[in-house]
Write a protein that binds this ligand. Structure first.
Ligand code: HOZ
Length: 430
């Protein structure tokens, strides 16, 4: 496979963009080699600048649930763009978007649009603190809620990929208010509550962890967190940036039957444009300015182009819930196929999946939290990643990320992926 143009671009990017990329995991540092520079994408396929085609399992890290350059979104953006790309003033479309989100998601009385998942989580934490008058939050090891200061403590995604223990620039004052527990460890959370009575404003959790590979909540874990929050007057925040509108029209709340006080969204909600949102119970949301004094704002919040891309995507998902069954069937098909070839390979592996999220860990023990995810072999993942890439399969360039399926994938694509995995594993053996 010729990737010479990507290599040239990566070299050129070094002098003007830190590390040559605008988001660290894209640099391929943990898997080695040169990132592929993308020229365009359509449906389930990415096309790089050298003319190679890849079957895409990133889906822009989640948003492209219906595939790339999906016609209705492209048309809607074209239609709205001629009226201006930003007003900084309210539009009817924002109300329609808020009403649609309310209709699709359980327990969201009010919603505020922002421009990224980071902003959504950062704002939700501030709101929880303002509402409760408490300072500390609990997050989980290996969970990633964006790159705002309070979340960069034992974080997943790029922070885990690059094994960054402490992030310079995050002050100790901020970090000390972020307490961490292991995912799926309810007694660990209980211990923190005992150690810091009346001090915890919020517990924030990815209901299905997607920033250390894909890791499922064990039965009773999320329900247990909900009960602890009720008992202690803590705001329970579900970070549905990855799972929102992906696991079900109502996200993980609907899929797993758990209710949050506040929910954060990103990715699918923007249909591929930069969008995030946070919403939840009116009693809490009404503390946001201008109703209350918890300040939060944004020039591009509710941007019309972003709103129409997101609205078009969400409306389609609401009107066509069969998409979720199709995605889940495709993911099961992939999972079964991978399971077959990994079993035949004969070395330890773990495949976790739920809905259209899936990942493979080269591990001889169940992967249920950050420490078990970190115990998996990154060396084997690296080799597997590159072997798959050479065969035209684009996986996340880090074992600390979930794969995301899009509904443009065909059975033939999945078969090609399973075959590539079989050949890649044979290559690992050699
Ligand atoms: N942090 C994102 C996934 N968990 C990756 C962002 C990107 O590189 O686009």
């Amino acid at each position: 496979m010729n990737t010479s143009k990507s290599q040239e671009l990566f070299e050129r990017a070094q002098s003007s963009i830190p590390g040559g990329v605008n988001s660290p995991v894209r640099a391929f540092r943990s898997v080695g080699g040169t990132p592929i520079f993308i020229k365009k994408a359509k449906g389930a396929y990415l096309y790089d600048v050298d003319g190679n085609r890849y079957i895409d399992y990133i889906a822009s890290w989640g948003p492209m649930i219906l595939g790339h350059a999906w016609e209705p979104v492209v048309k809607a953006i074209q239609e709205y763009a001629v009226w201006s790309t930003s007003y900084g003033a309210p539009t009817e479309l924002e109300i329609e978007m808020a009403e649609l989100i309310r209709a699709m998601t359980p327990g969201v009385d009010m919603v505020r649009m922002v421009s990224s998942g980071t902003e959504a989580c950062m704002s939700a934490i501030r709101l929880a603190r303002g509402f409760t008058g408490r300072n500390k939050i609990i997050k989980f090891e290996g969970h990633y809620h964006g790159h705002a200061d309070p979340f960069l403590v034992k974080a997943g995604s790029g922070v885990a990929t690059f094994n960054i223990q402490t992030v310079p620039g995050v002050t100790p004052g901020v970090s000390q208010d972020t307490l961490t527990a292991a995912y799926n460890d309810l007694p660990g959370v209980q211990q923190l509550l005992t150690a810091y009575p009346g001090a915890i404003a919020a517990i924030i959790v990815e209901p299905v962890a997607g920033n250390m590979g894909c890791i499922l909540p064990e039965p009773g874990f999320l329900e247990g967190l909900r009960a602890l929050c009720d008992r202690e007057g803590i705001v329970f925040i579900l970070d549905e940036v990855m799972t929102g509108f992906r696991l079900a029209p109502g996200g993980a709340q609907q899929r797993l039957g758990v209710n949050a006080d506040l929910v954060t969204y990103g990715k699918v909600i923007g249909g591929g444009m930069p969008v995030g949102a946070f919403g939840g119970k009116k009693a809490i949301m009404q503390h946001i300015a201008p109703l209350g004094n918890v300040y939060q704002a944004g020039t591009l919040s509710g941007n019309p182009i972003a709103m129409i891309a997101g609205y078009t995507t969400l409306k389609f998902l609401q009107d066509n819930p069969s998409v979720y069954k199709e995605l889940e069937d495709k993911t099961s098909y992939l999972r079964d196929g991978l399971d077959r070839v990994f079993k035949a390979w004969g070395q330890p592996y773990v495949i976790n999946s739920l809905g259209s999220m899936i990942s493979v860990h080269f591990s001889d023990h169940p992967v249920r939290d950050f420490s078990s995810a970190s115990g998996a072999s990154n060396g084997l993942f690296k080799l597997f990643f590159h072997s798959m890439l050479r065969r035209g399969i684009y996986l996340p360039p880090s074992a600390f990320e979930s794969w995301f399926l899009n509904n443009a994938l065909t059975i033939a694509d999945l078969d090609a992926t399973i075959k590539a995995a079989e050949e890649s594993l044979e290559e690992l053996e050699a």
